[in-house]
Design a protein around this ligand. Structure first.
Ligand SMILES: *Cc1c(COP(=O)(O)O)cnc(C)c1O
Length: 379
């Protein structure tokens, strides 16, 4: 039987054509025509004031940390149930990630736990839109506003998601998206920082270009360019931007195809609820991009047995984040506020199912294999 991977990166449209055009155009370094096309389209779709293409979401989060001027002793509140890059960006500035628990229904950061963790060292709040479901941004912005604390959305998984009709990336002062090949819209490695503030926009251009005002120079805003701030090289080359532009043109088709598979899973696994399986909670205020389909098993052992039995039938169904507060680095440099019981429990019980564009011919085999294993394991 053919192996079914967890993810399969696919060409969605005119990526190859655009790459050829970029080569023929004679500029392969960053900030050429395709970078501009991508940035314009991203700013348009996210409703953000500006978009700054990066070589990864990790890089975009590092830019956000630089833009916040994070320093030792500063604290940044975030979920422990996230990818390492959320915390690493803060740690690289010598600041302290503060881990709080998530909501058991949405698996997103719990605003009550954010409130409980806030103190005079709190400099920023970094919610993560897990599985492309936008976090409770109104509650988080309401906590941040009175203290003039900036909010950065880790929207790595949320390109094309909305909450109350507003796109992911339009809520926070900044947001970081990923175009890694495991996300919805891809360029192999890739990312973008969006900003919703004029000062952040101007400084982001500088930090992204090695601390120079090169971008302003090319716009004709200054008559020479020089070293004006700290920075690094966060920009991708034009070949990556050309590929990405082909994907961005097809975001609706990509997310629609994923949504159809997501809905097929969701309908099929209703029958597993009588065995003690929980399906993703649907937050009616959120229209998500079908980034991920997961199931929650009753306990760690049944989840582990499920993954192993799916593997023997050549279907890859991975678990997800090992909580960062329990990692060696997290224990050494971070602060954990409160008991992270939901995070630990969810991390032990969650399993992700294959989800990628064009997977529909495989989905019945995945569902029937999964149901058979669930019925055997959870008798
Ligand atoms: C994928 C992901 C990242 C990192 O994205 P890269 O583009 O691989 O750097 C960061 N945070 C979250 C929540 C992610 O899912």
């Amino acid at each position: 039987m053919q192996k079914i991977p967890f993810n399969r990166p696919v060409v969605a449209g005119r990526e190859i054509e655009h790459i050829r055009e970029a080569i023929e155009g004679g500029q392969l370094a960053g900030d050429g025509r395709f970078t501009q096309l991508c940035e314009d389209m991203i700013a348009y779709w996210t409703g953000a004031q500006s978009a700054h293409l990066t070589h990864s979401c990790t890089a975009a989060l590092e830019m956000a940390a630089l833009l916040l001027d994070l320093k030792p002793n500063d604290e940044v509140i975030m979920p422990s149930f996230t990818f390492v890059s959320t915390a690493n960006a803060v740690a690289l500035r010598g600041a302290t990630p503060v881990f709080v628990d998530i909501d058991p229904k949405t698996l997103n950061i719990d605003p009550e736990q954010v409130a409980a963790a806030m103190n005079e060292k709190t400099r920023s709040i970094w919610p993560v839109h897990y599985a492309g479901v936008v976090a409770d941004m109104e509650a988080i912005l309401a906590l941040a506003a009175p203290r003039e604390i900036m909010v950065v959305e880790d929207a790595a998984q949320a390109y094309g998601s909305y909450r109350d009709g507003r796109p992911a990336g339009s809520f926070g002062h900044m947001a970081a998206f990923s175009f890694h090949e495991t996300k919805n819209v891809i360029s192999g490695e890739g990312g973008v920082l969006v900003a919703n503030d004029q000062n952040l926009t101007l400084r982001a251009e500088i930090i992204r270009e090695k601390g120079t005002n090169r971008r302003q120079f090319f716009r004709g805003a200054v008559d020479k360019y020089s070293w004006v701030d700290i920075g690094s090289s966060f920009l991708p080359g034009e070949l990556v931007a050309a590929f990405l532009y082909g994907q961005l043109e097809k975001v609706n088709e990509i997310n629609q195809d994923r949504t159809e598979s997501w809905n097929t899973y969701h309908a099929a696994f209703q029958a597993a609820e009588s065995r003690g399986i929980a399906r993703p909670y649907i937050d009616n205020r959120c229209s998500h991009n079908a980034h991920m389909y997961y199931l929650l098993f009753p306990d760690f052992d049944s989840r582990t047995e499920f993954i192993a039995s799916m593997r023997t039938e050549d279907i890859v169904t991975p678990f997800h984040y090992v909580p960062l507060h329990s990692s060696p680095m997290g224990r050494r440099i971070a602060r954990t506020n409160g008991e992270l019981t939901v995070t630990e429990d969810i991390s032990n019980r969650l399993v992700r199912l294959p989800l990628y564009p064009g997977m529909k011919p495989q989905i019945e085999r995945i569902i029937s294999t999964a149901m058979r294993n669930i019925e055997r394991i959870l008798r």
